[in-house]
Design a protein around this ligand. Sequence first.
Ligand code: ADP
Ligand code: MG
Length: 265
Amino acid sequence: MAYTDLDNEVVKVDAVTFDYSNAASPVIDQLTLALKKSEITFLIGPSGSGKTTLLKLLAGLLEPGAGDITIQGVSLKRANSSERRATLRKVAMTFQRSGLFDSKTVLENLIFPLQELNRLSFEKALAEAEKVLDLVELKGHESKLPHEVSGGMQKRVGIGRALALSPEVVFYDDPTAGLDPITSKNIIELIIQIQKENKTTNLISTSDLDLAVNISRKIASKIAFLFEGKILQIGTADEILGSINPVIHQFTRGLLEGPLTKGAR
Ligand SMILES: Nc1ncnc2c1ncn2[C@@H]1O[C@H](COP(=O)(O)OP(=O)(O)O)[C@@H](O)[C@H]1O
Ligand SMILES: [Mg+2]
């Protein structure tokens, strides 16, 4: 049984440490985490806890200083450059600030990765982009520029762009940041619906506790709590809400007093 469990682990993070400079404490600190095939996991933590950094490490945009990341059985540390490239092509990340090209239309933003990264002809890229446009419910907005559509739509273009390359693993970095509660819920519902169709493995970072709790109760997913570059706890929404860890306790109750607000922090 243990063996099957290991086979199911699409993403494995093994004692990964990372720092941007040689600061006193690392941004990601000997972090260990596993994501199982076709599961959605939420990554929650206060701002500055290292969520974006962790996702960038997982997407191969940053190199661990120590430790290793294994994706579908391929160690990113041991893989040669072509194995590494092939593995990372199965992975996509969406960015907090959608990362769209301002001067390209919605449709052109979707066509771009298909042409540039997948080397598709314009006709094929266009056909794929139109499918994605449908998936992220943006039909009718294809010829608008990013600034001409709402914040929620911009997020959907960003999601569409990540999904255009048919990834097997998707890392969503704070996909609801800056959105109102209803638009946030719509974006998460969209992510879940797409996951059901494509059976991708997902890690969704957020600092929105209510959203993570509501959704993870609904779809029985786990929440991993990140603080100072370490996963303090991983469990169901109710396990996190009932945590006796003082940091998680303070965060989930929104208390002003506690380890999160101590001293220089
Ligand atoms: N490019 C960078 N250069 C230097 N420090 C950074 C950089 N990006 C993030 N940091 C620092 O790393 C820590 C974690 O940041 P981040 O991963 O963005 O956290 P989160 O996404 O949880 O808000 C913070 O202290 C932040 O200031
Ligand atoms: Mg972030």
